[in-house]
Design a protein around this ligand. Sequence first.
Ligand code: NAI
Ligand code: SF4
Length: 442
Amino acid sequence: MARKLLLEHIQVPGINTFEVYRQKGGYRAVEKALKTLSPEEVVEEVKKSGLRGRGGAGFPTGMKWSFLAKPEGVPRYLVCNADESEPGTFKDRYLMTHIPHALIEGMIVASYALGANTSYIYVRGEMMPQIRILERAIEEAKAAGFLGTNILGTGYNLELYVQPGGGAYICGEETALLESLEGKRGNPRIKPPFPAVAGLYNCPTVVNNVESIAATVPILNMGGEEYAKIGIERSTGTKLISASGNINKPGVYEIELGLPVEEFIYSDEYCGGITNGKRLKAVVAGGSSVPILPANLILKTAKGENRLMTYESLADGGFATGTMLGSGGFIVFDEDQCIVRNTWNFARFYHHESCGQCSPCREGTGWMEKVLHRLEYGHGKMSDIDLLVDVSKKIEGNTICPLGDAAAWPVASAIRHFRDEFEWHVIHGEEAQHRNFGLAHY
Ligand code: NAI
Ligand code: SF4
């Protein structure tokens, strides 16, 4: 059995309550941090751990914390990004539902490290049950003296608030989230300045994903150096993976980074293989915003090495033959899946969710959706395929926030790896609707 750090006690009845969480060693990290370490020492432990942002970008968490500006007399904020909306990604929801105190404990540790006295958990608006669960957990932690004024008699004060999100995917982009938290429409801001310099109410702010914040608890408990021994290369520790699609055991799994992709898909400990004994066709490994890879390239790199669940291995080969770990939203397609239809489905999502601020994204996502729709429904032309590539190139790198890239990459990669399937749709017209194309890639 693989080592579990975040989900170790997930099966313990009542682990969602303060009492049981505490019995299982909960809030030790808060005691250790507040009573024995300075805020700088906590930052140092997180740096040593090598933890990288678990929301999708993989930016080193300790480094982000050390970038936080500290002007005299200006408040600093920690904001937890719990606006999880990436298609195929549901691990933060799982964590908040079942072990809410892991997030609350992490928020206290991280707020202390950053010198924040007011912190927010911005939860996706649709997640009302999780909002209530977190509010109850905050009340319990407060009643036990872990939140509020003079926490554990150390003189440290922290107020923690849960804010329901604005109900749009774009509100998960960190600067749009801050706009929304300030009560405005969730439009992304141009970066720089990064939130670490000018964030919430123009004050220095760290925005971290739920899982990143929860991971600071085992890091503090075991020490950054020990945590860094788990995983390989610059992919240290464990990662929650949301596994979905045509697999026997969909769900949320905690893996040690470095696990071979093949083992993740086929072993009974994880996905348990492809449903109905079908063949694997493709995988989107990191939420819908990352390039799709055909079976041969998700299992092995172009160099013929086993592909591993790490930031580096999944990216090996760049976008020509690789992809990204992203948010860990692992979507598996079997041989019956139609790539054209699935690509259209993703494109529909990004078009709907574009905030409309920049033309390449606002117009480009619309065009991609329209062209993919006509290809899927049998009215496409051969020239549409290159038109899609062209539109995706015009979006990529030319927008305010990463939603534009996120919309362009799935389309470009689907055509890169499955062009013959797009052509097949053009040749066969309406007869090709919702149909997959052969198995030439396997
Ligand atoms: P990013 O790479 O722009 O930034 C990563 C983090 O590092 C940000 O917090 C940023 O402020 C910080 N940062 C980067 N350079 C910095 C500097 N020089 N100084 C200070 N701070 C700096 O990526 P971003 O926009 O935060 O995230 C994009 C990712 O989010 C995508 O890769 C996608 O996979 C993922 N995503 C996840 C979703 C989810 O539901 N979990 C939803 C949508 C996207
Ligand atoms: Fe809005 Fe799209 Fe521009 Fe992001 S890339 S700011 S979502 S229009």
